[in-house]
Design a protein around this ligand. Structure first.
Ligand code: GDD
Ligand code: MN
Length: 376
């Protein structure tokens, strides 16, 4: 197959890169391989340079220092696009977590898609060798991205992908992130520009040589990026005035939840898990009343009767509230945190859920639905 460029970011992959290049070339020696190395101290670049002597299909982008996996992939894609014959770009890790034997499978699917995502989280996908902690972090990140930002595919973070030329051009134009949040940033641009995405199940196998470069700071960075995008989109969807009201109501909800819990527990001597039932319900009610009377006042005319709205809102919040309740118990009874601090963690978990729900359902879409059926 011609016009295929394989982009491999590397940082300290001298133990892997030679075998990786050899195997890819054994699959199809017409594939161009672009290694993007960040001046790895272990001499990865020297290994690649040696191999370049025997093939004109092996290319290298050398960068001055560790600048991040995201920008490395992006620079690799730009280099591939600078060749006029480039039609498809494959990106994968150097450490054999992505099986190079899957490349032709992804490429075949790419004939009917703009981006093909190798997926661990769709049916048939698998992760082998990761600790439960690493699995938990990755799974949580993928769920948060998928549900908070409405991204259609099951897998967003792993970089085993195929991009069509058009899709790759769009990404290099709009994406400007350096680290592991690149997976999310590209998924958003792909969705927002209406590109067709297909997923192919893959088995992801933890590396046997070398170490992962993912650090805690990368995770924090990705979460910060998610929060930034979430808030940006929320404020854009709601309009700035409604967004500010929404935040104010949310804050009063937190104060009411914490305040009631403290008064009932510390001042009235009620067992904290009983107090929590009242404080959580109190905050649900106050959020509903303020949002209904203030934030979404203009939607009330076209929504269902207040009693039905309140009942639905309460039912939907039940899920978020059970997170709140379970986390309050777990952090207080099991981890021995101060109960008001545990409650804050619980509230944070419930917020993400409840806010998504109240936005998508209780007011906005109910209003829109009603409007449509009235034929207005
Ligand atoms: N050039 C360059 N610069 N390459 C890098 C850098 C960097 O700063 N950081 C990592 N890499 C390269 C590694 O050398 C490897 O080839 C690939 O990027 C993946 O890095 P790993 O360190 O092996 O990441 P992981 O296996 O822990 O990360 C997994 O999870 C990430 C987040 O979910 C993989 O699935 C990644 O694809 C995924 O993005
Ligand atoms: Mn890896």
């Amino acid at each position: 197959m011609r016009g295929i460029y394989i982009v491999i970011p590397t940082y300290n992959e001298s133990e892997n890169i030679q075998d990786m290049i050899k195997i890819i070339r054994s699959i199809d020696c017409d594939y161009h391989i672009i290694v993007v190395d960040d001046n790895s101290p272990d001499g990865t670049a020297a290994v690649v340079q040696e191999m370049q002597k025997s093939s004109a299909f092996i290319h290298m982008v050398k960068r001055p220092g560790k600048l991040g996996i995201g920008s490395a992939i992006c620079d690799g894609i730009k280099t591939a696009l600078s060749s006029a014959d480039c039609q498809y770009i494959v990106t994968l890790d150097a450490d054999f977590s992505h099986n190079p034997a899957d490349i032709p499978i992804l490429l075949e699917v790419a004939e009917n898609a703009d981006m093909v995502q190798g997926s661990r989280y769709m049916e048939g996908g698998k992760i082998t060798g990761w600790t439960w902690r690493r699995k938990f972090i990755s799974r949580t990140a993928n769920c948060l991205y998928r549900y908070l930002l409405n991204i259609p595919q099951h897998e967003i973070t792993t970089s085993f992908r195929v991009y069509s030329r058009k899709c790759a051009e769009c990404i290099t134009q709009y994406v400007n992130t350096d680290r592991y949040e690149y997976g999310l940033a590209t998924a958003l641009v792909i969705r927002d520009n209406g590109f067709k995405v297909k997923e192919v199940p893959i088995e992801f196998v933890d590396r046997t040589r070398g170490k992962s470069k993912l650090k805690v700071s990368d995770i924090v960075y990705s979460l910060r990026y998610l929060a930034y995008i979430f808030i940006l989109r929320l404020s854009r969807n709601l309009g700035i005035q409604r967004f500010i009201r929404f935040c104010i109501v949310g804050t009063t909800g937190i104060i009411i939840n914490q305040g009631l819990l403290w008064v009932l527990t510390d001042k009235l001597g009620i067992y904290y898990l009983y107090s929590a039932l009242i404080s959580i319900e109190g905050s649900i009610l106050s959020n509903f009343v303020f949002n209904d009377l203030w934030t979404f006042r203009d939607k009330r005319r076209i929504s269902s009767p207040v009693f039905i709205r309140l009942l639905k809102y309460n039912l939907l919040c039940a899920v978020g509230s059970s997170f709140n309740y379970a986390i309050l118990w777990f952090f207080t009874d099991i981890l021995h945190f101060y109960y008001l601090l545990s409650n804050l963690f619980g509230i944070a978990a419930a917020l993400a859920w409840n806010y998504t729900i109240s936005l998508n359902w209780a007011w906005v879409s109910l209003g829109i639905k009603k409007k449509k059926s009235n034929g207005k």
